[in-house]
Every structure is written in structure tokens, then in C-alpha cells.
Write a protein that binds this ligand. Structure first.
Ligand code: COA
Length: 334
């Protein structure tokens, strides 16, 4: 009997209309376009409007994914929303999305994996598909980082942007299609290098926490950088070797988009050509859980992927967390 695997059968994305360039930031901060470009590869980012919450971005990404497909919101069984910037602490953003898109037959939950969230969500969704209990699962990687960034801290605010990406997973028994392998990890000892100090039960919100700017992203960039370079390479090499795939047979490498220098170090270790790598950090910056699904949506839309192409997605993030998923692409180009 052939194995049931989870296959991506629809993909979509949304980024807010408002563009903020490096030049825009350099007018209000002690920074420059040259510094941001050379240290990060970022040119601009999108920032959500005041009336746009996480679920609004997510709904647009889901609509983009389902448009032109036979799938209707009522067909969805489960919605997994991966984010660190939910609309509210509760109810979950998944519940709000479920209502907004009219997914009357779906249940759902939020999953917190920071920049590895989307791969954690995809792996979780894949289990529901493999067991045969669920047939159509939406996984949304979505973040409104502008809601937790200190725009007076030049070391962090230049790095992030807002966006959402969504995929639909369905079962397949076709050879070399769907999620072929994955590896996921976390190391809590890295928590002190990237975190939001207050707002949870550890440090509930108070006037003091607000005055001390504790509801923003705090980061030790150098330590995060070192960890990222190591784990991205090790995870990629490990997954490719385990599956006997030489890097020249990889159609698309989809790395988490946090810093172009981190992406370049993986490319050089894996000996990847530029046309094998998905990049959107230059236009959207680090959109946390949204970086990988927005890259997938763009690659699909641009016709860069055909059925059975090998795709390797790799992430790292706060926690520390990391993940890698090897995929046999399951769709024909649009
Ligand atoms: N504009 C101008 N100068 C800036 C700046 C900015 N936006 N941000 C920091 N600087 C300054 C620093 O204050 C420092 O000045 P000093 O030497 O006078 O103290 C100098 O630039 C160098 O800082 P440093 O932190 O060593 O730079 P870096 O080359 O390590 O780059 C990051 C900083 C944040 C870009 C880099 O460390 C990084 O990308 N880390 C990983 C972050 C990440 O991926 N986060 C998300 C994880 S999912």
C-alpha cells in the first residue's frame, strides 16, 4: 500500500500596500540605506495600515491561495495559524479567520514558533493529513511585526516587515509528491537572545513595563546571527544527505528571510546557484512566520516550480527554534 503524504495544493500571499523604504527610515532614525542594504540585504518593507490586524492580512493570503481553485472555505477541516503577533491573546487568530472566511466546518488553533512557525505548522498539519482524519488543512504563516517593533531602536526596527502567506494541504499517494521528510528542533537556552520581555504571564503588562519599552522585540543580533548561520547549514546538509539528494538536484531552496548574509552563507556552503534560491527579503524584510510561504507563493506564481521539483525549506528563529522540510512540489505551474 502506498504512503499517504501531505501535499501543497494551493498557495497564496498578501503584503500590505504601505511601503517603507530604507530612505524613509533614515529620515527618522540614525541609519542609512547603505548600512541596511550592506548588513541585511533589505531595501524596503511593507507595514500594515492602522485598520489591518493579523487576521486581515491572513484572510487576504487565504483568498489569494483559494482563488481560481475548486476549494471553498466550507470544505476546510482545520486552520493552523502560525504567528507571534496574533490579533489578541485570545480568542485565537485561527477562530477569527475561521469566521471571516466562512469556514463553517473547520476547527483551528494558533501555533507559536516564531520564525520557524510556518514549518512547525506545516509539520503539524501533515500529521492530521497522514492519519487520514483531515482532508483539507490551511496553514497560514502571518505576522504584523510592526505591532511589536520599537521604531526608536535602529538595531531591530530596520529588520522586520508585515505579511502573510497561506497554503492548503491535501492528501496524496503520488510518488515523489508532498512532504518527504522534515527535521524540527528547539533550544530554550537561546531564548535570552531574541524575545519580547513583557505582556505574558511572566511579566504582565503594567505602566512600568510599557514605560520600559518591554513590549517590543529585544535582540542580541550577533548571537542570533551566529546561531542562524550554523543551524541553517547543518539542517540543510542533514536533510539532503539523509535523502540522498545532491544540491544540484534541488530546484528551490527556500530559506527563512532574516538577513541576506545568512542566506548567502547557506548558498556558499551548499554550493547553490542564485536561480536555485528564493529571496524576497529585499522587498519585504523579515516577515517572521510569513517569509517562507510568501517565497513559495511568489515562486509558484512566477512559474519557477513544476510538479515533483525538490524544494527545501529551512528556518531558524526565537526560542531558539529551527526546522527543515523537504518537499516534492505538487502543483503544475499556473
Ligand atoms: N543603522 C546604522 N548603524 C546601526 C544600525 C542601523 N540600523 N543598527 C546597528 N548599528 C550599528 C551598531 O550600533 C554598531 O555600532 P558600534 O560598532 O558603534 O557599536 C554597528 O552598527 C555594528 O553593529 P553589529 O550589531 O555588530 O552589526 P552586525 O553586522 O552584526 O549587523 C544585524 C547587525 C542585526 C543586522 C545582524 O547581527 C543580524 O542580522 N543578526 C541576526 C538578526 C536576525 O536574524 N533576527 C531575526 C531572527 S529570526
Amino acid at each position: 500500500m502506498s504512503e499517504i503524504r501531505a501535499n501543497i495544493t494551493a498557495v497564496g500571499m498578501y503584503v500590505p500596500e504601505k511601503r517603507v523604504t530604507n530612505h524613509d527610515l533614515s529620515r527618522v532614525l540614525d541609519t542609512s540605506d547603505a548600512w541596511i542594504r550592506s548588513r541585511t540585504g533589505i531595501s524596503e518593507r511593507r507595514i500594515a495600515g492602522k485598520d489591518q490586524a493579523n487576521s486581515d492580512l491572513s484572510v487576504r493570503a487565504i483568498q489569494d491561495a483559494l482563488e481560481g481553485t475548486p476549494h471553498r472555505p466550507e470544505d476546510i477541516d482545520l486552520i493552523i495559524v502560525t504567528t507571534v503577533t496574533p490579533d489578541m491573546m485570545f480568542p485565537s487568530t485561527a477562530c477569527r479567520i475561521q469566521e471571516k472566511i466562512g469556514a463553517a466546518n473547520a476547527w483551528g488553533f494558533d501555533l507559536s514558533g516564531a520564525c520557524s512557525g510556518f514549518l512547525f505548522g506545516l509539520s503539524t498539519a501533515a500529521q492530521f493529513i497522514r492519519t487520514g482524519t483531515h482532508k483539507k488543512v490551511l496553514v497560514v504563516g502571518t505576522d504584523v511585526m510592526s505591532s511589536i517593533i520599537d521604531f526608536e531602536d535602529r538595531a531591530t526596527c530596520v529588520l522586520f516587515g508585515d505579511g502573510a502567506g497561506a497554503v492548503l494541504l491535501e492528501p496524496t499517494e503520488e510518488e515523489e509528491v508532498g512532504i518527504l521528510d522534515s527535521t524540527l528542533g528547539c533550544d530554550g537556552s537561546g531564548g535570552k537572545f531574541l524575545f519580547m520581555p513583557a505582556g505574558g504571564s511572566h511579566r504582565p503588562a503594567s505602566h512600568e513595563t510599557v514605560d520600559k519599552r518591554m513590549h517590543y522585540v529585544h535582540q542580541d543580533g550577533r548571537n542570533v546571527f551566529k546561531f542562524a548561520v550554523r543551524v541553517m547549514c547543518d539542517t540543510s546538509v542533514g536533510l539532503l544527505q539523509r535523502n540522498g539528494i545532491p544540491t544540484d538536484q534541488l530546484s528551490l531552496f527556500v530559506p527563512h528571510q532574516a538577513n541576506m548574509r545568512i542566506i548567502k552563507s547557506s548558498m556558499s556552503r551548499l554550493k547553490l546557484a542564485e536561480d536555485q534560491v528564493a529571496v524576497n527579503i529585499d522587498r519585504y524584510a523579515n516577515t517572521t512566520a510569513a517569509t517562507i510561504p510568501t517565497c513559495l507563493a511568489e515562486a509558484h506564481r512566477q512559474g519557477r516550480l513544476k510538479k515533483r521539483d525538490k524544494v527545501l525549506m529551512v528556518s531558524f528563529g526565537a526560542g531558539f527554534t529551527w526546522g527543515g522540510i523537504l518537499l516534492g512540489w505538487g502543483m503544475d505551474p499556473p
